[in-house]
Design a binder for this molecule. Structure first.
Ligand code: AMP
Length: 280
């Protein structure tokens, strides 16, 4: 496994990699969710490149950029175990040199949900992902359904800007009790870890109501909110039932809907989602 710490090194390695090249961008502190993306890339591509970069521009001023968990040694050994061909680990000053003033900004679908709660977040995500695509020139890039809005935003960016690659979406990997895997789960105390199950419980409730014939989005939203409010450690940021393409809130659920949420458990902000009437 080759490790590139500069853009020039990554470009040099890329030139030698057999096509097709699969790319998995991450912020590190890898878990089975990330690894599932690498495994999917491994089955579909001749070469697999992963990146580890905690991207400062996607964090707000009061968010957890400096405290974001890091364990490069373990990450590299996990990636090596999956036969990853190359890992790109740039420094922030190489990705954002002094004087850089260009940004990639996707309008519209970046506005609700995560975009409303985290101003500037998606501009940071799209800018770094566009740069990573330019550097690694992947044939296919792999993203997790766990970050449902991010997937839509990246797909829109790739389409709108004629990026020459396929964006592949992989299912959410969960702990055995249903909590979606996330690097941020490490922040949870044992009590908070128990409380965090309220996310999957409320998503399961939505699924159950829908399966039982309920199509009123307000009714399902309210039932979910009531359940979450029973958990004292939980504070709702948003609970959304939206169109899977436009992310506009629905009154009535037709064929499908994205049910998504952000909930704070203590100081830890967790997100999760399912798609009703589709795969998740
Ligand atoms: P991150 O390191 O959090 O930026 O995530 C890197 C990639 O892994 C993103 O495409 C995420 O959507 C994906 N990912 C994170 N957690 C999971 C999970 N539990 N299941 C599947 N994919 C995930």
């Amino acid at each position: 496994m080759e490790i590139a710490s500069t853009i020039a090194q990554m470009r040099e390695i890329r030139r030698r990699l057999p096509e097709p090249v699969g790319f998995v961008p991450t912020m590190g502190y890898l878990h089975e969710g990330h690894i599932s993306l690498v495994q999917q890339a491994r089955t579909e591509c001749k070469s697999v490149v992963a990146s580890i970069f905690v991207n400062p521009t996607q964090f707000g001023p009061n968010e957890d950029f400096t405290s974001y968990p890091r364990n490069t040694e373990k990450d590299l050994s996990l990636l090596e175990g999956e036969n990853t061909d190359a890992v790109f680990m740039p420094q922030p000053e190489d990705m954002y040199p002094e004087g850089a003033t260009s940004w990639v900004d996707v309008e519209g679908i970046t506005e609700p949900l995560e975009g409303a709660s985290r101003p500037g977040h998606f501009r940071g995500v799209t800018t770094v992902v566009a740069k990573l695509f330019n550097i690694t020139e992947p044939t296919k890039a792999y993203f997790g359904q766990k970050d449902a809005q991010q997937v839509l935003v990246i797909q829109k960016m790739a389409k709108d800007l004629d990026m020459n690659l396929d964006v592949i979406v992989c299912p959410t990997v969960r702990e055995s009790d249903g909590l979606a895997m996330s690097s941020r789960n490490v922040y949870l105390s044992p009590e908070e870890r128990q409380s965090s199950l309220v996310l999957i419980k409320s998503l399961n409730l939505a699924q159950w109501l829908w399966d039982d014939g309920e199509s009123g989005a307000d009714k399902i939203r309210q039932e979910m909110i009531s359940l979450i409010e029973k958990e004292p450690a939980a504070q709702i940021d948003y609970v959304s039932i939206a169109d899977t393409g436009t992310l506009q809130e629905l009154d009535v659920i037709g064929d499908s809907a994205l049910i998504s949420m952000a909930v704070r458990i203590g100081k830890t902000r967790l997100i999760d989602n399912i798609i009703l009437g589709g795969s998740s």
